[in-house]
Every structure is written in structure tokens, then in C-alpha cells.
Design a protein around this ligand. Structure first.
Ligand code: BG6
Length: 490
């Protein structure tokens, strides 16, 4: 394993694309304006468009103008970023253009490390890596960042991972799950392992159930062709929700470093109880939004947006189990969907009830279990639900009410700017730190688990159940949890 040095060149494939304009270039701008990019770092954009350096610089300036709020923009930072830029048009299937690109890389890296970021469709990952290898632009001092999705099932993920591995060793492959770059997700790690309070309670003796919700109000936003081939299970659950589950369920890592953290996450993924053909109808629900309204505004159904009928799910809910000593018997309810009533990403841990109520009478009926809510989006908040005495002189015994200890990070850290996840991810990848990236075995274990559910749906002829846009998914998602005596937190 070669010790990574900070990159002296970042090469972005797909540099004119949507992700680059919305997230990547604004993130680089913010790193530049905070003085966090290595002094000599050069940034080389590449894509099919026949732009020159100035053309690319104009595109970058426009993206920054559009995405960075005026109050955060300054000319010096923009100039500093533009000075680092270069551009070389290339097409992965055109050897001559890749050779020119490789020559440009050789010139700009000045003997230093290179970080390649493949922000392209996944079908280009293997050919791009091969071309870089063939033209002498991949060696022990180069690394590669890959966007999701890594394949659409285990077999295709294996094919991509094998193809990339022929050129880049695993410790030089940085698979992005942008949720890991979110401040709130790292805060979950801080909460669990920076406090002594939670760990003694963090197990099946004290926890009754865990819920992970990633709800979006948006529809498929013009990405119909990609999405229809993918669906909520592959687009969100296989990666973002399972990564959140890993961080909630993993054992304390020896240190906050790439191998320690990823070794613990993979154990969780391998402990997930398989949901196969026999269990799938009982343990999972697929849904697809029909026309409805969000915040009082009428929105079309999925098939209308797509322009054709489709059997793809835009919602999934399921009951998972982590079969190990810590979690045996604790259900992890996961749900995600598009066109739900509000945008929110949250993890809810419900503790077990008190073993016995000393209050009797009416108070016994008021009693609620303690809960810990970790809200990641839209705002970052941690809320601990406790029982408290309801004020008053009630003569027929104490009354109890549930109250929340509420920590709002935006109030607490009022000066902290809301960051784009890619700021963290770029900084780490440039510096060669893979802790917040996904290792090959994690991707593959996640696909293996998800593939079994998709196979169960296919073999059982499961069609997604319809739900009106602006509701919390099909009614079956409510029954899924209620038949086990639980309820979604709303
Ligand atoms: C992406 C999915 O990975 O995550 C999108 O492909 C989804 O479909 C997005 O909208 C959600 O990310 P965020 O950061 O807005 O929660």
C-alpha cells in the first residue's frame, strides 16, 4: 500500500455535466475561498465538449455565480480557482483524445499524485480506467473517485469493480456515497462515539426499534431514463439508507480511520438477515406515486412524468434485522420515497418502556417510551424525548407528558455555513483519506442483500402499490410496521 500524498492534480471527467455544475465546482470554490486546497493543486476538466481553457473557465464562473450566494462570493477566490484550471476535451472511446489527455495529465501533475474523479455514467468507468492505464496515466501515485451507482446489481458491480481493479488497487479507489460527506452524518458518528451516555444503552436490551427515513418531495426531475431503470431500492436504499444503518449499528471502530470504520460497517452488512422470496411480501413494500399535491400544489404522477407506464418503485419500506449479539430481535424499519409530504432525513431510536410504572392510574396511560431523534435534513437537530411531570396539583395522582430536549445545530453553531457534502469528500480524496468512502466489499454486500429482495419482488410478480403524491407512501407501509406493534414517527 502506497502512502497517499496530497494530490497535485485533480482531473474531473464529466466536468461540464450537471453534477459538476451543481455540486463539484461550487465545492471547489468554497475550498478555495477557505484556503483549503493544496497550494500547487491544478484542476483539469475533461468532457466531450470541444472547449478550450477559457471556455471552461467561463462555464465554471457561471456555475459559481449561479450556485454560490452573493454574500459568499469574492473575486479573489474566484480568480484563485480559475488560475488552477485547465481543460482537455476527450472521449473515452477515442484513443487519440485519451492519449492527449494523458499527456496533459503528465504535464500538469509535475511528478505529484493525481486524483481522477469519474463523474460520468458508470458504463464509462472501466473504459476510462483502462485508457488511463494504457496511456501511462495511472500508477501507484494516482487514485480514482467513482460516483454511484456502482452497477445495478451484484454481477454488474463486480464487473465494474474488477475492471477498475485491473488499473487501480482497492486502497486507491474512492467510491462516493455523498451522504457520508454530509455534516449531519458525521455528527451521528460524533454523537455515538464522543459521548459515554449512549453506548451502554445502544443494544437490544434497551432499544425497541430503529427507524431510518429519507423522504423527498421532488419527483424524478428529468432523470426519468436513469431512474426508471433503477427505482428507489437501487437509487437510495442500497447505498444511502444502508450506509446510515451501518453507522447506527456498527461496533465502535478502533479509530476514525478508513480501515477501522469500514471493517465495522462491513460486519453490519454481512449480519443483515436475508429477505428472500419467502419473506419479501411480509417484510417489504414497494410503491409508486400517482398524481397528488405537495404543499397545496398539484403534481403529476410518476407515469405521467415519465410519459409511459412503468413498474418501477418510487417508494420502498422494509423491516430489516441485524443478526448479531448487539441487535438480535431489534427491527430496523427503513423507508424512502419521492413525492412524500416533506423533505426529511432522520433516524429515530425508540428505547424500551420502563419495566414497571410506579405512578399507576392515569399516568400509566400517559407513559411513552424514550426516543432519540437524529434529524439530518432539512435541518440538523438532535432531540431526546423524555417523560416529565405535567405541571399542576392534580389530586388524583401525577400526570406525565412527553417533552423533548432539543439541540438545534444551526442555533448552537450559528456561524457555521451549510456545506455541500462534496467539500468534505473532495478535501479527503485530495488528501488521500478514504474513511468517508465506500469500500468494494461494502458495495457488494449491500447489492447481495438488495438483489435478494428485488428477486423476491420479481418472482412474486410484485407491482408497486400506488400512493398519491404528497402522502407517506402506500397504506401497506403502515401495516408493515403496525403489525409488529410499532408506528412510523411522524
Ligand atoms: C441521489 C439520488 O443519490 O440522492 C437522488 O440519485 C436523490 O435520486 C438524492 O434525490 C438525494 O440526495 P440529498 O442530498 O438531496 O438528500
Amino acid at each position: 500500500m502506497t502512502q497517499a500524498a496530497p494530490a497535485s492534480l485533480l482531473t474531473i471527467f464529466g466536468a461540464t455535466g450537471d453534477l459538476a455544475q451543481r455540486m463539484l465546482l461550487p465545492s471547489l470554490y468554497s475550498l478555495q475561498s477557505e484556503g483549503l486546497l493544496p497550494a500547487g493543486l491544478r484542476i483539469l476538466g475533461t468532457a466531450r465538449s470541444e472547449l478550450d481553457r477559457d471556455g471552461f473557465a467561463n462555464l465554471v464562473s457561471a456555475a459559481i455565480g449561479e450556485r454560490i450566494p452573493a454574500a459568499e462570493r469574492n473575486d479573489a477566490a474566484l480568480r484563485g480557482l480559475l488560475e488552477r484550471l485547465d481543460y482537455a476535451p476527450a472521449s473515452v472511446d477515442d484513443g487519440a483524445s485519451m492519449q492527449k489527455l494523458a499527456a496533459k495529465v503528465g504535464e500538469l501533475r509535475q511528478g505529484g499524485d493525481v486524483l481522477y474523479h469519474l463523474s460520468t455514467a458508470p458504463r464509462f468507468y472501466v473504459p476510462a480506467c483502462h485508457a488511463l492505464g494504457a496511456h501511462g496515466a495511472a500508477d501507484a501515485h494516482t487514485r480514482v473517485m467513482l460516483e454511484k451507482p456502482i452497477g445495478k446489481d451484484l454481477a454488474s458491480a463486480n464487473a465494474i469493480n474488477d475492471g477498475v481493479a485491473r488499473v487501480f488497487d482497492e486502497d486507491r479507489v474512492y467510491r462516493v456515497d455523498h451522504y457520508l460527506g454530509k455534516e449531519g452524518v458525521q455528527n451521528l458518528i460524533a454523537l455515538r462515539f464522543g459521548n459515554a451516555l449512549f453506548e451502554p444503552l445502544w443494544n437490544s436490551v434497551h432499544i425497541e426499534q430503529v427507524q431510518i427515513t429519507v423522504a423527498e418531495t421532488v419527483g424524478v426531475e428529468g432523470r426519468g431514463d436513469y431512474y426508471d431503470d433503477s427505482g428507489a431500492m437501487r437509487d437510495m436504499l442500497q447505498n444511502h439508507l444502508l450506509q446510515l444503518l451501518c453507522l447506527v449499528a456498527m461496533e465502535p471502530p478502533a479509530r476514525f480511520g478508513p480501515n477501522s470504520v469500514r471493517n465495522e460497517k462491513i460486519k453490519v452488512l454481512r449480519s443483515l438477515r436475508a429477505i428472500g422470496r419467502e419473506q419479501v411480501a411480509h417484510e417489504s413494500v414497494a410503491g409508486q406515486y400517482a398524481a397528488g399535491a405537495i404543499d397545496g400544489v398539484a403534481v403529476p404522477g410518476y407515469a405521467q412524468e415519465l410519459g409511459r407506464d412503468s413498474g418501477t418503485e418510487t417508494f420502498v419500506a422494509l423491516r430489516a434485522h441485524v443478526d448479531n449479539w448487539r441487535w438480535h430481535g431489534v427491527p430496523f424499519y427503513l423507508r424512502t420515497g419521492k413525492r412524500l409530504p416533506s423533505r426529511c432525513t432522520e433516524i429515530y431510536i425508540q428505547f424500551r418502556k420502563v419495566p414497571y410504572s410506579i405512578f399507576g392510574g392515569r399516568a400509566a396511560g400517559d407513559m411513552r417510551p424514550n426516543g432519540l431523534l437524529i434529524r439530518l435534513q432539512p435541518e440538523e437537530r438532535i432531540e431526546l424525548d423524555l417523560m416529565s411531570k405535567t405541571p399542576g396539583l392534580d389530586r388524583s395522582g401525577l400526570r406525565l407528558s412527553q417533552v423533548a430536549l432539543d439541540l438545534d445545530f444551526h442555533e448552537e453553531f450559528a456561524n457555521a455555513r451549510r456545506r455541500i457534502a462534496y467539500e468534505r469528500l473532495y478535501l479527503d480524496a485530495i488528501e488521500g483519506n478514504g474513511t468517508l468512502f465506500v469500500r468494494r466489499d461494502e458495495t457488494e454486500a449491500a447489492w447481495q442483500w438488495v438483489d435478494a429482495i428485488l428477486d423476491g419482488w420479481r418472482s412474486g410478480g410484485t407491482a408497486p402499490k400506488s400512493y398519491p403524491a404528497g402522502t407517506w407512501g402506500p397504506g401497506a407501509a403502515v401495516s408493515l410496521i403496525e403489525r409488529h406493534g410499532h408506528a412510523w414517527r411522524e
